[in-house]
Design a protein around this ligand. Structure first.
Ligand code: PMV
Length: 328
């Protein structure tokens, strides 16, 4: 059987950083995100006896052994659950830069979870898919759903309570997120390595974990009340808190470049002069700016004219992961 799925990237408004279990990929904090319509991964999976090992084509090129190994280990989870042994041919394409802090692993593993299970003859309910996707990448658990999504850290050691759930769908609130690309290259330190290093060496880590529940409760309420100023203020807070945590590791991790810093200052300056917009940044140097639809053109003009910004992507709330094609 062959199945093709599309899953959208997401941006965390309350950030996830740190794992409570490496093996099952269990997060030590919950997170809240927005799924993005314009950024997605499309993945086709076919289990076939023609192959003896898994084959991965990523963005029209054979993937590296590391990338193929990561996908193979994920497919093993599906093979075990489905009771099959065949190798798979996986063809995956992102419509945006891979590995530059644009959440490519989120859309990639959400699409792989959906296409892979269907190709293996399984039909999993969304919560089970989220639990499966989480084992590929923590943020992928959120990309199973559309709109505003909350990921629960869970407390169980088997991970069965560490899944994402929708807070409100993609039609609930028309926010816009503009992404200012300041560097198209791959990030030097991946999120898993960055998280491990932070958890082991930062003196602030336990406080980060302890204080996360309050951030989640505030953000949940602000989203449901459609309180844009509150959502924006909390998103900036969570972003700076996460980066301050990473910087407090030893040696400190800095994902930003000069333009990143200039941009955060400038977004705040713009806000003082009346353009209401807020920034957030993931494990990379791109700056993502949240605004209301009526301010999109002003924010786009400001970002595209900014020194060091290579291009600007405009995104809006997007749908859940879904199947595009299935054939026997
Ligand atoms: O899911 P991962 O392992 O790619 O980690 C995501 C980490 C951040 O993007 C920085 C934060 C988040 O919650 O998405």
């Amino acid at each position: 059987m062959k199945a093709t799925a599309r899953a959208h990237a997401n941006i965390a408004l309350v950030k996830y950083w740190g794992k409570r279990d490496r093996e099952l990929n269990l997060p030590s904090v919950g997170s809240i995100s927005l799924t993005l319509r314009e950024l997605f991964t499309e993945t086709a999976v076919e289990f076939t006896s023609e192959l003896t090992t898994d084959e991965l084509i990523l963005n029209d090129r054979p993937a590296t052994p590391e990338q193929t190994g990561r996908v193979s280990r994920f497919l093993d989870l599906i093979r075990t659950q489905a009771g099959i042994k065949q190798a798979a041919r996986v063809i995956s394409r992102n419509n945006f830069p891979t590995g530059a802090g644009l959440a490519s692993s989120a859309s990639a593993f959400a699409a792989l979870a959906l296409a892979g299970t269907r190709a293996a003859g399984l039909t999993l309910p969304p919560r089970e898919l989220s639990i499966l996707a989480r084992q590929g990448s923590g943020s992928a658990a959120r990309s199973i759903f559309g709109g505003f999504v909350e990921m629960h850290r869970g407390t169980r050691s088997d991970g069965q309570d560490a899944y994402a759930e929708p807070l409100a769908d993609d039609h609930f609130w028309d926010l816009r997120l503009l992404i200012a690309i300041t560097d198209e290259g791959e990030k030097p330190l991946g999120s898993t390595a960055g998280m491990e290093h932070t958890a082991h060496t930062s003196p602030y880590y336990s406080e980060w974990v302890r204080s996360s529940e309050a951030d989640l409760a505030e953000m949940r309420a602000a989203i449901l009340a459609r309180d844009f100023s509150k959502v924006g203020e909390l998103a900036e807070f969570s972003c700076l808190k996460m980066h301050a945590l990473a910087m407090s590791a030893r040696p400190g991790i800095v994902y930003w470049n000069g333009t990143t810093v200039e941009l955060l200052q400038a977004v705040r300056e713009q806000r003082k002069s009346g353009l209401e917009a807020y920034f957030t940044i993931d494990a990379g140097p791109q700056v993502k700016v949240l605004c209301l639809p009526e301010n999109v053109s002003a924010v786009r003009d400001f970002l595209s004219g900014f020194p060091g910004v290579q291009r600007v992507l405009e995104t809006s709330p997007g749908p859940a992961a879904h199947l595009i094609e299935e054939s026997a």
